[in-house]
Design a protein around this ligand. Structure first.
Ligand code: ATP
Ligand code: MG
Length: 382
């Protein structure tokens, strides 16, 4: 007999022929997060189990944050002997009051009682032993699950997890990570769909300082937890920004800056093997995020740009940032390169045809090359 954590997965179910692959990745990801707790993880009969952990609560906290996990239940694993199972059910339910229902599930058809019989008999014994419980078959407060599989498992509490798809099953992308609130959330949302990513940060020393850089690394570390590590590319952006400031129309400054970020990010993304870019943009949030402006930014790249927050309000984004614990870091007050040269009256409806003329005094290739070549790569542990 042993305590285990029973792990249910969500959408992985839908994956048809690829299911074994998704389950293998999911199991490996769970192994990684429970390793510091000494947990043993295995996949059996379409369930993932964790045992031998040192701290149940810590194990629950970690496993419920693994993408692809739908819910978990602390459970007891034992031999398939009805008397043993009944005794453990009585023990498990001793501390509960209110209404309950037993759900029997016999996957092992050699077990002498069927699902219904298991539920009835266990229900009776629990009722007899605990006067604070009543049966409610329609809306029970507590669901006692008794499953007969390779072993017998019983559990009562179900704790919901993050859901999503296992990390590593959704392709590779590059996240444009500023020190703000939005971009870490955008990264998280894409990670939740199984995307592995690197982060690209544009810094403009001496206008942006060491503290701003540390802040970005701290944010990257929070995200890296979900994938076990992350590369952060630090792009030296000062020269590019100064040239844009000197040689381009002021009201298009932010937009042109963003076009350069995208060009440079695409080059780095391809080196990393990524198939897409991710930004934290949200429609209409600022002048550079109107539909026209986004069209001008996308026009310079040849890979999909994912903007998972495009339809979110700032308050919604902030709520996610709080939940994933990036908010406090994001609001630390250090300069971002974007805020350094903000025009007073940015254009909100730029025309794509006017862009080449606005950028004509710049040597685009040379500026992009210099930034890519000067980029420093830092590996952040998860
Ligand atoms: P955030 O959007 O993360 O809160 P922000 O609001 O300061 O930061 P915006 O001006 O809204 O940034 O920029 C839109 C998006 O452009 C960001 O979500 C991010 O993906 C990208 N971006 C902005 N500044 C940088 C930067 N210095 N390095 C990398 N990406 C950046
Ligand atoms: Mg923003």
């Amino acid at each position: 007999m042993q305590d285990v954590l029973l792990v249910r997965y969500g959408e992985v179910f839908l994956k048809g022929a690829n299911r074994p692959h998704f389950l293998k990745v999911l199991t490996d990801n769970i192994k990684r997060v429970v390793k510091p707790l000494g947990g043993h993880v295995w996949l059996s009969d379409s369930r993932v189990y964790v045992s031998q952990f040192t701290d149940l609560q810590a194990c629950i906290d970690r496993v419920t944050k693994v993408f692809g996990v739908y819910s978990v239940s602390p459970a007891v694993e034992m031999e398939k002997d009805f008397e043993v199972i009944a005794e453990q059910c009585v023990k498990l339910m001793a501390g509960y009051s209110g209404t309950f229902k037993v759900f029997g599930k016999r996957s092992d058809k050699k077990f002498p009682m069927n699902s219904m019989e298991i539920a009835m008999e266990i229900g009776g014994r629990v009722l007899e032993s605990n006067p604070n419980l009543k049966v409610d078959v329609h809306k029970p407060q507590h669901k006692l699950m008794v499953e007969i599989r390779d072993n017998a498992y019983i559990c009562v509490d179900e704790i919901m997890a993050v859901g999503g798809m296992p990390s590593g099953t959704g392709g590779k992308a590059a996240l444009l990570l500023s020190g703000g609130i939005d971009s870490p959330v955008a990264g998280y949302q894409m990670m939740k769909r199984g995307v592995r990513m690197c982060a690209i940060h544009f810094q403009s020393p001496p206008y942006t300082g060491e503290l701003a850089r540390d802040k970005v690394l701290q944010l990257a570390k929070k995200l890296a937890w979900y994938t076990g590590g992350m590369r952060v590319y630090m792009v030296p952006f000062t020269k590019c920004q100064l040239e844009i400031h000197e040689k381009c129309p002021e009201e298009l400054g932010t937009l042109i800056t963003r076009r350069f970020m995208m060009r440079i990010a695409e080059r780095i993304a391809r080196q990393f093997g990524a198939q897409a870019l991710i930004t934290g943009e949200s429609l209409g949030q600022v002048a550079s995020q109107t539909m026209e402006a986004l069209g001008c930014t996308d026009a310079v790249v040849n890979m999909p740009v994912f903007r998972p927050l495009i339809g979110n309000d700032k308050t919604e984004i902030m709520a996610i940032a709080e939940r994933i614990d990036t908010y406090e870091t994001s609001i630390l007050p250090y300069e971002d390169c974007c805020t350094v040269f903000t025009p007073r009256h940015p254009v909100t409806k730029p025309k794509l045809e006017t862009m080449p003329k606005a950028e004509e005094k710049l040597d685009v290739e040379a500026l992009v090359n210099a930034c890519v070549e000067g980029t420093e790569m830092i590996i952040v542990e998860g």
